[in-house]
Design a protein around this ligand. Structure first.
Ligand code: FE2
Length: 386
């Protein structure tokens, strides 16, 4: 596992020893979902999650085969795309996987070089470097496949002054629900098949120059019924973090197997979005109809002061308030974090969201894994998939 070089705020400097410099990444550019009905999905993300209308492409902008709605909240950009014809690969994707994440786009200074460096290290091409232009300048994009049918798109926008991408028009709407305080994508997790975690860990190391900086084995992530393993991959500056999960043997079916069955293959399991006021954000999301996993038992909240240890006095939030909203708390050496997980946001039990507030802690809530997975198992039991 990689050693963290120094304790700094995530910035452009290299913080992970062992990470390689051939693929400098500035951050997440956008996340594109292929969905069955982008117009209605966009309404859901605006109403329930507080995203704002941002850009649009479709028949009105000259597209014939698909429509895309782009939503924004602070630094987060979601693109929702639906096919307009039956022979579209977008429609095929939705038919196989249901609604889900197709593209995790990464902001780079040089898309051609990113494509060249990764494909020469073994990445499978999704899209060769392509220049798109309009009156605001040009964007270069190039894409490679990662696990399953998921894609990393490199986006170079240093010569572009427009809002999103050439080909999109501004999307003005009279319906503008307010933000719920989501700021940026903290991490995105992928589920891969049995025995495949280390293959993808090596792929992120070799092809993307990432490092493995945290590992959780099946002894750490286990309940009475099921288990999983997880390794967290990061790029050199720590801005991009991709934990990779695989199922492990247990008495019953794990949530990862349930995901793989319903998504019909590997894919993005959850998107963790950061807020700096989780109580306000979660209160707002709940009032707008977002459903979260049920709360852990009372004993979980009774143990919070012990779990916080040295950071006990640092915590400003009221435990009763956190419990009322079912927010979870974990701590590591550097601080604590608050987090909560939604139920799946589409009909298949696949993709869900995490809301996270970091108060110094850089972990992923390992202390919550047991409580969290027991909550998920109670939901699985209702679905008959445990
Ligand atoms: Fe997470």
């Amino acid at each position: 596992m990689a050693k963290e070089v120094k304790n700094v705020e995530y910035g452009l400097e290299k913080i992970f020893e062992g990470a390689q410099d051939f693929l400098p990444l500035n951050g997440t550019d956008y996340v594109e979902f292929y969905v069955g009905n982008a117009k209605q999905a966009a309404h859901f993300y605006k109403t329930a999650f507080g995203f704002q209308s941002y850009a649009y492409a479709g028949l009105e902008t000259g597209l014939k085969d698909r429509v895309s709605y782009v939503l924004k909240q602070d630094k987060i950009r979601l693109v929702l795309t639906t096919a307009l014809t039956s022979d579209s690969p977008i429609g095929e994707h939705v038919k196989k996987h249901g609604d889900g994440v197709k593209i995790v786009a990464l902001w780079v200074d040089d898309a051609r070089k990113s494509y060249e460096e990764t494909t020469k290290r073994g990445a499978k091409s999704f899209m060769e470097p392509t220049v798109e232009k309009d009156e605001h300048g040009e964007v270069v994009r190039a894409g490679i496949y990662t696990y399953g049918e998921t894609v990393h798109m490199f986006v170079e926008r240093k010569n572009y002054k427009g809002d999103f991408l050439p080909g999109y028009q501004k999307w003005e709407s009279d319906y503008n629900p307010s933000s719920v305080g989501l700021k940026f994508i903290d991490h995105m997790v992928g589920n891969v098949g049995w025995g495949e975690m280390n293959i993808w860990v090596k792929w992120y190391e070799d092809v993307m120059g990432f490092v493995n900086f945290l590992t959780f084995d099946d002894k750490q992530i286990t309940t009475e019924y099921s288990a999983l393993m997880s390794k967290v991959m990061s790029n050199g500056n720590g801005r991009i973090k991709f934990p990779i999960n695989e199922p492990a043997e247990g008495k019953k079916k794990s949530q990862i197997e349930e995901y793989l069955d319903f998504y019909e293959g590997p894919g993005v399991q959850h998107i963790a979005v950061a807020t700096d006021d989780i109580i306000k954000t979660v209160g707002e999301l709940r009032s707008r109809g977002v459903e979260f996993l049920p709360p852990p038992p009372q004993a979980y909240y009774d143990e919070i002061p012990t779990r916080l240890g040295a950071h006990r006095d640092m915590m400003k939030e009221d435990i009763k308030e956190l419990q009322k909203l079912s927010i979870l708390v974990d701590a590591d050496e550097e601080g604590y974090l608050l987090q909560i997980f939604t139920k799946p946001v589409e009909d298949r039990p696949t993709l869900f969201f995490e809301i996270i507030q970091r108060m110094g802690a850089k972990g992923f809530g390992a202390g919550n894994f047991k409580a969290l997975f027991e909550s998920i198992e109670r939901e699985q039991a209702k679905r008959g998939t445990l």
